[in-house]
Structure formats: C-alpha cells, structure tokens
Design a protein around this ligand. Structure first.
Ligand code: ADP
Ligand code: MG
Length: 729
C-alpha cells in the first residue's frame, strides 16, 4: 500500500524554482502600474473635477455625487485600456480578509442592446448581497441591507481583469460593519486632537496624520505536503505533530541565505506588490525554519492597511504559482516561533515633524515628550482594550507562548528615554524652565535637547515598544486586519490628547503660564502611568506576578479579554471620539465571540477526524504487526527465551494501547463538550465553553497523538511530520 506522506515528500522534493515573472528592469519602470494614481488621473479626468476631488479628499470632506460621475468615466476608460472587464467594491468585513463582488462594465439599454457603462452611482455606492457577513445582530437578515461606499482616499487598482474600489461597508442604519469605517473615524479623531495639542508648540501645524508600517511574517510550506495535512488545509495550523529533532535551536535560519525556490517566490511577490503600488522594501528569513518576513515603507495608516490586506491576498496567489502555500496563521507549528505583524505607528505633521521623534531644539523636544507621555497614558488607561484588539482564536496560541509577546500589554522605552522621563519626573518646574529672550525654552534637564537615538537595547519581548521615532505594536497577529488594533490605539490616544488639552486650557485660562502647565502635566503623567512601563523580560514568570501587582490586565482567556470592548471606560472613550457607538461595540464583541467559536469548532472537528482516520489506523497497523511478531517469536523460541525477547515489543504494544485508548476517550469527551457548548444560549457563553472545555481536551488528545508519532514505524505514518513541513523547500 502506498503511503500518502511519502508520495507528498517525493513530489515536494521534485519542485524546482519557478521562472520569475519579475522583469529585470528597475522598480521605477513598473511601480504602481496597476494603480489609478493621482498622476494618471490627470490624463483621464478634467482638471476642474480633480481639483475639487483632491481638495475634498485632503480635507476629509465627503465627495459630491456629481464629481463621482466624472471620476467614474475616467476610471473606466483607464481600467478598460488596461484589460479590465469588471469592477468590484473591495471591503473589509469583520470576518477578516477582504470581500469582493464583481460586476461587468456593461448594461443593457431598454431596447436590449448592450452599452458599456460605469456610472458615478456604481462607483459611489453598492448594495452587495452581503447578508451572510457577520454583523453581530446589528442587521437582522430580513433587513439584510449593507452598503459599500467609495473611500476616495485610497486609490483604485487593478487585479487581473477587475478594477478594485476600496470601500467602507456599513449597515443601512449607518453603523459600521467593517474595519475601515472606524479606522477612518479614528484617524480623523486622532489627527484633530493631535493638531490641537500641536498648537501649543507650533501654530504652523495644520494637519497631523498617522503612519503605519507593518512587518508581515509568514510561513511557506510546499503544496504537496500541505495537501497531505488536512489540518493545515482546513484550519491553517497543524493540530498535531511531534517537534522535529532540529527546529530553531541553532537560530541558523534567521537572516540566513534565502533558499532559491523561496527567493523566486519573493521576487514575484514583490513584483506584484510593487505594481499594486505597495512600497515593499524589506525581505528576510525569520527565526523559525521556513518562516519569512516582508515589510514596506510606512504610509498613511488607512492606505497602509489596505496595502497589507492586498498583499496578503497577492501572497496567496503568487505562492500557488510557485507550488507553495502561505501560512498566515499566528501559530502553524507548536514549539517554533509564531508569526506576528508588527505595526509601526507614528504621527506626522504637515510641517514635516515626526511627533514621536526627539526634535532639534528644546521646544520640539517638549513637544515630543508631550506626545510620548500621552501615548503612554493612553496605553496605560486602555491596556485591556488594546489586548482585546489583538486577541483571536488564532493569535491565542502565539501570545504568552515562549517566544511571543506576553498576554499583558506593557511599554518598552529603552534606557535613554527612561532616563529622560526619570529626570523630568524629579525636576522642579521652577528651576527647570527658563525662558530666554528669544522665547526659546530651556529645560534644566541637560540631555533633553539632544536625545540621541540608539536602537541597540531593543527589547524583543515587549508587546508595545518605542523604537526611536515610532511605537511598534507587536502583539498584532499575522493573519489579522491591523485596522482592529490601529483604530483602538488611534482612538485611545485621541481621547487622551483631548483630555490633556482640556486640562491645559483650563489652567492657562486661570492665568498659569503655558510652559509651566505643560511641564507640570507631563510630570504628573509620568507618575500616573508608570505601571505600564516595563523594560525587563516579558516572557518571565516574575513579570506576570509583577504586572498583576501593578494592576495591569493579566487575563489570558480570549472570550474574557473580548469583554474589554464593553467596559464603561472603553465605551466612553469610543463614543467621545466618535469612533464606535455602544451598539457597534456590542456587535463587534458579538462577532469576535462568534468567530472564536467557529474557528474552535472547525479545529475540534478536524482533530477528531485526524486522529480517528489517520493516527489510530496507523497505530493499530503497527500494533498488529508487533503482535504478529510476538506470536511468531513464540512459535520459534522456547518460553524461557521469549520472555526477555518480547519485552520491548510488549512495552510498545502496551504504549500504543494506552495512547489509542486515551485518544478515543478524549475524542468522545471533546465531542460531548462541543455539543454542550453549541447548546449555550449566546455567543459569549459558547466561546467561554469552547475555551474552558474544548480547548484543553484538544491539547490532551494532541499529546497522545504526538506520543504515537514517536512510537509508530515511520513508514506507516501518513501525515507529513514537522521535519518535513519545516525543512523541505
Ligand atoms: P525592524 O523593526 O525589523 O528593524 P524596520 O526598521 O525595517 O524593521 O522598520 C519596520 C517598519 O517600520 C517599516 O515598515 C518602516 O517603514 C516602518 N517605519 C520606520 N519609521 C517609521 C515611522 N516613523 N513611522 C511608522 N513606521 C515607520
Ligand atoms: Mg520591527
């Protein structure tokens, strides 16, 4: 009988590097070829219309419907000239990923003849039949109307023969059903609040915008091996598999040479991404075998997030051409590093100042410290919510594991910034501030004016780290829409800046000098949010105890962490910033629980199937072979001799019996637990039941299955093993 595993290995070994499509030319020759850029729009749309469009976009105003008509004509012309036949609104439902519904660029006239058409109305708004997208109860299916509406701040682009139009997705009552809507709202709130605070330092600041630079980690696996692992295919991760004798102990994969087959894939991936206007720049191996990373140059947070979602789907497509599959799951393999998506985040003014970078003079540095401590305050006050913004059934396996950000949000600042804050905290306001004739402010804190940046003491264990000129939110999962984390961060910082300004203004009104008030507030904030600062080893057990003492949110159960969306402080914060209403928060939590349940339900079923149809048959076959051997030995040798001869066989036969029995029992209990969970009255209780009762049984079953993998004859084992999944490329 053939063994599917050996067939798969053979096919995988035969896979050669695929010829790349990427031309030898310079990036300049094809960058943003598939994008209807502002530059390109000038060839297709009248100057007048464009001036109005750009002005509206840049100032965050709603686009007039009349303008949409003229823009649509130009868009269709460009798209059709480039081979497009269809268009789609491209949106970001709460399930994760992106959704599309394609329509052709033609319609029928009343007389039955065909005309090519793409109206302003079709660009502006669509009503996809999207009743099956989760809405957490906002939209009952009988009133299943959700609208997608054009987001003109993110340019349209081509994928194959389809023009993709980035859109928001909202219920007919106006509530957000996606990630993009609240992300845009949060950016608006943050930028407004930040601009107001900037006025204390520089009246020239008219706009502030938030930047995002993501670092996407992923695994590659050969497609033949992938197809021989039902768990990878159906859940994105291995539900079992004994650790490979060699995995990442030597750390020889990290920054090592990229294998040729992988390099061919990367070149094509980058080519496709660059054509789509995604400024990807960095590629390297990651810590685990077959793990890699790609990162673009940072962009405006909304655009950058669109680009990340787009890149995830491009990856999938390109990988298939190279006979790979991309695993975006946060923890495809137990025992080796998981994948995250570091979100590098900063604030920038229209005057070119990065508000999170130390400045050139004391005034700019006071501004820098102001923003820095406000971010610290926001993260401190909403650390539970920020954790809620990154948890999921898939990220759960990565967080708190030995190599990943702990399930406690804290901020790493590094030695220099810590010293600056310590000095500021101790400095006395009277002595510290001397305003000289030029109105330049001097702080009695010697090294503030020249904060030198040194990235050497970067702490890899921190979930939220200051890295010189930005914060890096590292707890975000590799498969996530980073919009979820970014909108929570933006909103929390927006609210914090609003509170800061209210208090500063009130004190200035009472006659206190501005610099003094600012300095005083900074000092107070430094003291108030000390608990969130932690530069030590986030993986250690001592930190868990310490964090508890400090009052940080230490909950690890995903269903309970999701409750943080509905804390009174969270609701108030989201409502005052206008980012999410209570109803929207309720529906979002509902969707999060529902997704959690669905993922675990699928995993648990796949696990049951794997052990019953793959693991146990292999184990039984091997056990039968051993039993036959015992009988044969008995026929040949005398009773005295067989006693010692059979000892090893007996021991293995018994072990197989033990583990097989435990697996069968485990599967029965797991199925039972699942059925009980499914009968729970609401999504939250279902999620809790899955977390508390189903998940531990899955872990137990896995242990026995992995033990069998170590015992059973290699030739009989049918599921590709870790050493094959991780090292074949
Ligand atoms: P690493 O953190 O692995 O050293 P890089 O230094 O290459 O990686 O940067 C990672 C990401 O951070 C990139 O997307 C980069 O564009 C982004 N980045 C750099 N500076 C900023 C900034 N000021 N604001 C936001 N993102 C930034
Ligand atoms: Mg980084």
């Amino acid at each position: 009988m053939g063994n599917v595993r050996f067939d798969a290995i053979k096919r995988a070994m035969e896979h050669q590097p695929v010829a790349v499509l990427c031309p030898d030319g310079r990036v300049k020759d094809y960058f943003a070829d598939d994008v209807f850029t502002r530059e390109r729009m000038k060839e297709y749309i009248s100057q007048e219309v464009l001036a109005q469009l750009f002005d509206d976009v840049d100032n965050g105003r709603t686009i007039h419907r009349d303008i949409a008509g003229s823009v649509a004509i130009g868009m269709r012309k460009w798209a059709m000239e480039h081979g497009a036949t269809h268009y789609t609104h491209w949106f970001q439902p709460l399930t994760g990923g992106t959704a599309e519904k394609h329509d052709a660029f033609f319609t029928l006239k009343p007389d039955g003849t065909l005309i090519e058409e793409f109206s302003g109305e079709s660009l502006y708004q669509q009503e996809p039949d999207a009743s099956s997208f989760p809405s957490g109860g906002i939209r009952n299916t009988f009133e299943a109307r959700g609208y997608s509406a054009w987001d003109p701040s993110s340019p349209v682009f081509l994928i194959g023969d389809t023009l993709c139009i980035p859109t928001v997705f909202v219920a007919y009552t106006g509530e957000a059903l996606d990630y993009k809507t609240p992300l845009i709202r949060s950016t608006a709130a943050l930028c407004h609040a930040a601009r107001e605070v900037c006025q204390y330092f520089d009246k020239q600041v008219k706009h502030v915008h938030a930047n995002l630079g993501w670092e996407q980690e992923y695994f590659l696996v050969d497609e033949a091996l992938y197809h021989a692992r039902p768990d990878l295919m159906l859940t994105g991760r291995t539900l079992m598999g004994h650790a490979s004798a060699k995995n990442q102990q030597l750390e020889d994969h990290y920054f090592g040479a990229i294998p040729e087959r992988v390099l061919a894939f990367m070149r094509d991936l980058e080519f496709e991404a660059l054509k789509a206007g995604i400024p990807v720049r960095t590629r390297h191996n990651e810590v685990a075998p077959n793990q890699f990373e790609m990162a673009p140059i940072f962009e405006d947070v909304n655009l950058s997030n669109d680009h990340n979602l787009l890149v995830m789907s491009i990856m999938d497509r390109v990988a298939q051409r190279h006979h790979f599959r991309v695993l975006l799951h946060e923890k495809p393999y137990a025992g080796v590093n998981g994948s995250g998506k570091h979100c590098n985040w900063s604030l920038q003014t229209n005057t070119g100042i990065n508000l999170l970078a130390p400045g050139k003079n004391p005034y700019q540095n006071l501004q820098f410290v102001t923003f820095l401590v406000n971010v610290l305050m926001a993260v401190h006050r909403h650390n539970g919510l920020l954790k809620a913004s990154i948890v999921s059934a898939t990220n759960e396996h990565r967080l708190g594991a030995n190599e990943a950000p702990p399930a406690i949000i804290s901020v790493f600042l590094g030695k220099q910034i810590t010293e600056v804050l310590d000095k500021l905290e101790k400095a006395s306001a009277d002595k510290a501030i001397i305003i000289n004739a030029k109105k330049e402010m001097k702080l009695g804190v010697a090294n503030i004016p020249e904060i030198l940046l040194d990235n050497t003491d970067r702490n890899r264990t921190s979930p939220f780290a200051f890295t010189g000129n930005r914060f890096e939110f590292r707890a975000v999962g590799s498969s996530a829409n980073c919009g979820g984390a970014m909108l929570a961060l933006n909103a929390a910082v927006a609210e914090q800046l609003m509170l800061f300004k209210q208090e500063v203004d009130a004190r200035i009104e009472k006659g206190e000098p501005k610099e003094r008030v600012l300095f005083d507030m900074i000092k107070r904030y430094i003291q108030a949010c000390k608990a969130i600062r932690f530069d030590g080893n986030g993986y250690s057990d001592e930190w868990k105890q310490e964090a508890e003492k400090r009052g940080l949110d230490c909950e690890t159960s995903v269903p309970l962490v999701i409750d943080r969306y509905l804390l009174p402080d969270t609701i108030r914060m989201f409502e005052t910033t206008g980012v999410l209403s209570r109803a929207e928060l309720e529906s979002r939590s509902e969707v999060k629980w529902e997704m959690y349940v669905k993922k675990l339900q699928i995993e648990s079923r796949v696990m049951g199937d794997l052990v019953v149809n793959h693991v146990l048959p292999a184990a039984k076959r091997y056990q039968t072979m051993l039993l036959q051997n015992v009988l044969a030995v008995k026929q040949v040798f005398s009773a005295d001799e067989t006693a010692s001869l059979n000892e090893m066989d007996y021991s293995i036969i018994r072990q197989i019996e033990h583990h097989s029995g435990a697996i069968l029992e485990g599967v029965e209990s797991m199925t039972d637990a699942r059925h009980k969970a499914n009968r729970m009255p609401d999504e939250r209780s279902k999620a809790l039941a899955y977390h508390d009762n189903v998940l531990p049984l899955m872990a137990e079953i896995r242990e026995h299955a992995d033990a069998l993998e170590m015992i059973v004859d290699d030739e009989m084992w049918t599921l590709p093993k870790y050493r094959e999944l991780l090292f074949v490329h």
